[in-house]
Write a protein that binds this ligand. Structure first.
Ligand code: 9MR
Length: 436
C-alpha cells in the first residue's frame, strides 16, 4: 500500500490570521474542556459566559464563590489568552437581594451603592492585573414609547442615573490597568446606537474612565445590515473609544421566526449563506481594524450556543464557526480571507483536487498551483494509478503537454473521468486553479 501524496496544509489558526488586526476570542463555561485544544488553537481571548456574573460570584450577601471563574482564568492564562471580565453591573443574573430587603422593600441609594462597591472591590479586586477588559455595565439602554432611554432597571431605580458613573469609577480605582467597556445588544440599530453614543459622550465629558463600547453582535442572516454595522462602528469610534464585538453569533433564524425549520444538520444552502454573511461582516471588521480591539464569538461550537436554549424558541440553532462535530463550517473558511469565496480558502489549505483510483482510493490531494508532473512523481505521487479527479467547487485542473505549460492541453472541472495512463504518458505539467 502506497501512501497518498499530499501537499495540503493544516486548518489555519484564526488568532494567527488576525494577529495584526484584532484579538479573536470565544466565550464559554466550564464546558470549554470539551474542545480545549480547538479553542486554544484559534483564540487569544476568553470571556466567561456566566461564571463572573453577580449571581455566579456572589449568590448570597457577602458569600463569594470563584471556583469556576478561577478555572476559566487559569485556562486563559495558561494558553496566552486575554481574560475578559463579564460583567459587573447588570439588571439580569443578579439576585434580588441586591436591590431589595428580604421583606421586598427597596433598598436606599446608599445601600445599593454600598453593595455595588463591595461587589466591584471584591470581584474586580480579585482579578486585578489579570483582566484585559471588563464589561463594566451591561445593557443599560432600552426603548420606552418610541424613545430610547436609560433602562428602567433596578439599578436606575435604587441608585439613580449616576449608577453607571459610579461603576466605572470604582472599577478603574480597583483595576487601573483594565480597559473598561459599556456592553449592549442591538448596538447597530440607529435609535439605540445614538442613545448609547450620547451616554458614552456624557460619561467622557464627566471624565468617567470608559475606554470602549462592546457591540455584542447577536446577529442573524437577516439583521442588521452591513451599512448599519459600519455606521455604528464609525459613530462609537468617533468618540475616541475602542470598539469590540463582544458576543458574535449569526443565527440562521430571523429574530421573530419561532419555527424549528432546521432541527438536524443545516442544509448546505444555508451553510453557504451564513458563510457569505460572515464574510460580509468580517470585511467590515477588517476595514475598521484600527478601532476594533477584539472580536469574540459567543460560544465554542454550535452544540453549545445559548441560542439553542433561547426562551420561546427552544430549537437548535447553528450560529457559530464550528459544527456539532467540532468541524470548521463554511463560515469558518469564509473568515480565513473574507475577500475570497469560502471554498477557495478551504481549498487553499485542505486541497483543491483529489486524485483517485477507479475504486475511489485516494492517490493524491493537492492545493492550487503549478506542478511539473515529473517532480510530483519523484515525490511519490503515483500518477499512473490515477483514474479520476474530484475538484472543489470553483476549481479547474489543466494538464499541459510540455513542462512550460504549452502544447496540447486538457482541462477538467467538477467530477471528471480522467485517463490516468494518458496523463502520465502525454502531460508534463499541470495547473490547478480557482476560477471565479
Ligand atoms: O450565554 C448566556 C446564557 O448561558 C445565559 O443563560 C444567559 C442568561 O441571561 O446569558 C447569556 O449570555 C448573555 C450575555 O451575558 C449578555 N448578552 C446577551 C447574552 C445572551 O443572552
Amino acid at each position: 500500500m502506497t501512501m497518498p501524496f499530499r501537499n495540503t496544509l493544516e486548518v489555519p489558526s484564526l488568532k494567527e490570521i488576525y494577529k495584526d488586526r484584532f484579538l479573536v476570542g470565544f466565550a464559554a463555561g466550564l464546558y470549554y474542556t470539551e474542545v480545549e485544544e480547538l479553542m486554544a488553537r484559534h483564540y487569544n481571548a476568553l470571556t466567561p459566559e456566566n461564571e463572573m456574573k453577580w449571581s455566579s460570584v456572589q449568590p448570597a450577601p457577602g458569600r463569594f464563590s470563584f471556583g469556576a471563574a478561577d478555572q476559566l482564568a487559569r485556562f486563559a492564562e495558561e494558553n496566552g489568552m486575554k481574560l475578559i471580565g463579564h460583567t459587573l453591573v447588570w439588571h439580569s443574573q443578579t439576585p434580588r437581594w441586591v436591590w431589595e430587603h428580604p421583606d421586598g422593600k427597596a433598598r436606599s441609594r446608599e445601600e445599593g451603592l454600598a453593595l455595588m462597591e463591595e461587589h466591584i472591590r471584591t470581584v474586580a479586586g480579585r482579578y486585578a492585573g489579570r483582566i484585559y477588559q471588563w464589561d463594566v455595565v451591561n445593557e443599560a439602554v432600552e426603548e420606552y414609547n418610541g424613545v430610547w432611554q436609560l433602562r428602567d432597571s433596578p439599578w436606575l431605580r435604587v441608585v439613580g442615573e449616576d449608577y453607571l458613573e459610579h461603576a466605572f469609577r470604582l472599577a478603574h480605582e480597583v483595576d487601573p490597568e483594565a480597559l473598561l467597556f459599556y456592553n449592549d445588544y442591538n448596538t447597530a440599530d440607529p435609535g439605540k446606537r445614538d442613545r448609547i453614543y450620547q451616554l458614552a459622550k456624557e460619561l467622557l465629558e464627566k471624565g468617567v474612565p470608559i475606554h470602549g463600547i462592546g457591540m455584542q453582535g447577536h446577529w442573524s442572516l437577516y439583521h442588521p445590515s452591513a451599512e448599519q454595522i459600519r455606521q455604528a462602528i464609525e459613530k462609537y469610534s468617533s468618540l475616541g473609544l475602542k470598539v469590540s464585538i463582544t458576543e458574535l453569533d449569526v443565527s440562521v433564524y430571523a429574530w421573530n421566526d419561532r419555527s424549528n425549520r432546521y432541527p438536524g444538520e443545516l442544509p448546505e444552502e444555508l451553510l453557504y449563506r451564513q458563510a457569505e454573511r460572515y464574510a460580509e461582516i468580517f470585511r467590515i471588521f477588517d476595514e475598521y481594524h484600527h478601532v476594533i480591539d477584539r472580536v469574540t464569538f459567543w460560544g465554542t461550537t454550535d452544540a453549545r450556543s445559548w441560542l439553542n436554549h433561547f426562551p420561546q424558541r427552544n430549537r437548535p440553532d447553528h450560529p457559530l464557526l464550528f459544527d456539532r462535530k467540532n468541524q470548521p463550517k463554511p463560515a469558518f473558511w469564509a473568515i480565513v480571507d473574507p475577500y475570497r469565496p469560502w471554498y477557495a480558502n478551504r481549498a487553499q489549505y485542505l486541497g483543491a483536487a483529489v486524485f483517485e483510483t477507479a475504486e475511489g482510493e485516494e492517490v493524491g490531494t493537492i492545493i492550487p498551483g503549478d506542478y511539473q508532473l515529473d517532480e510530483l512523481k519523484d515525490q511519490g505521487f503515483a500518477l499512473d494509478r490515477v483514474a479520476r479527479v474530484r475538484l472543489e467547487r470553483g476549481h479547474v485542473v489543466t494538464f499541459f503537454e510540455s513542462p512550460d505549460g504549452g502544447g496540447r492541453m486538457w482541462s477538467y472541472s467538477g467530477e471528471a473521468d480522467l485517463d490516468g495512463a494518458r496523463l502520465v504518458r502525454e502531460a508534463r505539467a499541470m495547473k490547478v486553479e480557482f476560477v471565479e
